[in-house]
Each structure stands twice: as C-alpha cells, then as structure tokens.
Design a protein around this ligand. Sequence first.
Ligand code: SF4
Ligand code: SF4
Length: 109
Amino acid sequence: MSYDCQTCGACCANLPSNRAEGFGYWVEIKPDDKILTRQDLLRKHVIHDPDGVPHLRLAPNGQCLALRGRVGGGKVACGIYHQRPSPCRRVQPGDGSCLQSRQEHGLEL
Ligand code: SF4
Ligand code: SF4
C-alpha cells in the first residue's frame, strides 16, 4: 500500500505509547538542524526537555505545533517544511516509524 503524507501527519504527533510512558516530547532536534539558527522559529517551535535537549513544541492536542490540519483528518501540511529538523526528513512513507505512527493513530495500514 502507498501512503499519502498530505492526508496523514501521523508521524507529526506524539504517539500514544510515548505518552503512556510519560514522555511529553516528540521530535528531537539535532545540533546541526538549521531551525536552531532561526530565532523566530526557535521561539515559537522549540522547547527543551529537562535534560536541555531541544524538541519540536507540541500543541495541546499532541500534534506538532507546526502541523497544519488534523492527523488523519484530510489535508495536512508542515508549516516549517524547509526548516523541519532532520528526524522529520528521515521518516519515509511505509517505513517502520511511519507504520507505527499510523497504527497508533488508528490509520489504515
Ligand atoms: S511518513 Fe507515514 S506517518 Fe508520516 S505523514 Fe507520511 S504516511 Fe503519515
Ligand atoms: S516540523 Fe513538520 S514534518 Fe516535523 S513533526 Fe512538525 S509538522 Fe511534522
């Protein structure tokens, strides 16, 4: 099956299993990721965990704050696509992370 990221967004939201383990952070930002050099994006989209590691900020509904639309709810898009951090770039439709994300968010496999 082929997956359409533009109607999905499951990997752009904290996973239920992650939340169940008490982790309120999702995508980790790596030191070389350019988003860390953009002060405007840094202020809005980056939050540090108690160990000082930067992550993308999540909206109260658990989705990445940069995600436009609702996971699995039709059209979605990344609002910071060209500055998205490296972990976002690594996930590929149909790979293990993708399938786990889709499954946990109740989307078709
Ligand atoms: S990579 Fe997979 S989980 Fe992420 S948006 Fe695309 S289809 Fe959805
Ligand atoms: S930055 Fe973009 S690609 Fe990365 S999790 Fe947020 S919405 Fe998804």
